[in-house]
Write a protein that binds this ligand. Structure first.
Ligand code: PLP
Length: 385
């Protein structure tokens, strides 16, 4: 096959069951979605709190669009930084208990921007093997010495950090791991970082909104502040139901990012209406604790049922539940059969996850009903047991 035989390479992907295709959703996000004119129970979204289609969030969005128009017009440092961006940043700082917050257009860009600003060639970065691709890519483009440690492997991390003779060391972890649903050993990580004078960064894309009494995420759950975890990143497109991401931390950190993070500086600001909508979903996230309580009970119902069916579940208390099937082929087959039963789940294959751990990724939202979970379990019983 020649290097530029793109169709040949695409065929090769199909042969190893790695070809991906997109779905065209025909209506709003929710616990049910429309696809090809058919309705599906949706167990594949990251809209954990069910805010993506909340009437108050939509109203804030349309009201702001009428006031500000749609496009932000330019980057933040030119004339794109609106009152809505600024107000959301102040509210996010308050919510996370940090001095300041800075909004980025996507989580991918936030991670690239912050890591490559904090470390460069001559520094070192340490990352959990299961970290999100955007963290890995941030580490790579930073040019820093890049070491990965086994998932939650604190002993190995300690060895790596101790024998590293770089002056500036950054430890980076997901808060809740996006494909497994388990949580970082954050207390241990924070003390290791403190002992070794490393900087600690947590990407809590899947913890924010879901964990902690007020939805403050993994760090709220464990009472960890800016001192223990100086760099907190989270996204707006998951629990908060809108789009974008933010970094929260000290005044000096945020000011450094404004001056130096290329993915912040050289890109058009998000539409102000997205920020206005997020301000409302942030309020709902804090006020409506029933959404988190509902998630806890749906997840418990699912794990009980899955246990009775003898499914191979990974340990996770979060709305991300992984059913291990073990091959790409098994995952694709189960996915197709679940579809026929009107169920939409994530089909996660190698190389996104290690060989042998190919899985269905089933996610829950506060807008699911108990009977939807029961139907999901029945579908799994007939498809994978
Ligand atoms: C989704 C996700 C991101 C990327 O965020 P986007 O806003 O979708 O670009 C980064 N980190 C983690 C852990 C994520 O799950």
């Amino acid at each position: 096959m020649s290097q530029w035989d793109l169709s040949g390479h695409l065929d090769a992907l199909k042969q190893v069951h790695l070809y991906r295709s997109r779905e065209t959703i025909e209506g709003p996000q929710g616990s049910q979605v429309q696809l090809n004119g058919k309705s599906f129970d949706n167990f594949s979204s990251n809209d954990y709190l069910g805010l993506a289609n909340h009437p108050d969030v939509i109203k804030a969005f349309t009201t702001a669009a009428e006031k500000y128009g749609v496009g932000a017009g330019s980057a933040h440092l030119i004339c794109g930084h609106s009152y809505e961006h600024h107000a959301l940043e102040e509210e996010l700082a308050g919510f996370t208990g940090r001095q300041r917050a800075l909004v980025f257009s996507t989580g991918y860009m936030a991670n690239l921007g912050v890591i490559s600003t904090l470390v460069q060639k001559g520094d070192a970065v340490f990352q959990d093997k299961l970290n999100h691709a955007s963290l890995i890519d941030g580490g790579l483009i930073s040019g820093a010495n890049f070491r990965r440690y086994p998932h939650n492997g604190l002993d190995r991390l300690q060895q790596l950090v101790e024998k590293s003779n770089y002056d500036k060391k950054l430890i980076v972890t997901d808060g809740v791991f996006s494909m497994d649903g388990d949580e970082a050993k954050i207390i241990e990580l924070a003390s290791l970082a403190a002992q070794s004078k490393s900087m600690l960064m947590v990407d809590d894309a899947h913890g924010l909104g879901v964990l902690g009494d007020n939805g403050g995420g993994l760090l709220e759950k464990h009472g960890l502040g800016e001192k223990q975890v100086p760099v907190l990143m989270a996204t707006l497109g998951k629990s908060l139901g809108t789009a974008g991401a933010f970094i929260a931390g000290s005044d000096a950190l945020i000011e450094t990012l404004i001056q130096r993070a290329r993915t912040y500086i050289y890109t058009t600001a998000m539409p102000p209406a997205v920020m206005a909508a997020t301000r409302v979903s942030l309020k709902l996230c804090q006020q409506e604790c029933w959404r988190r309580e509902k998630l806890v009970s749906l997840v418990a119902q699912f794990r009980r049922g899955a246990g009775q069916l003898g499914l191979n579940l990974l340990p996770s208390e979060t709305p991300i539940q992984a059913v291990i099937l073990g091959t790409n082929e098994a995952v694709i087959k189960a996915n197709v059969q679940l579809r026929e039963k009107g169920m939409l789940v994530g089909a996660i294959r190698h190389p996104t996850v290690p060989k042998g751990s190919e899985r269905l990724r089933i996610t829950f939202s506060a807008t699911h009903t108990e009977s939807q979970v029961t139907a999901m379990l029945q579908a799994l019983e007939s498809v994978v047991t």
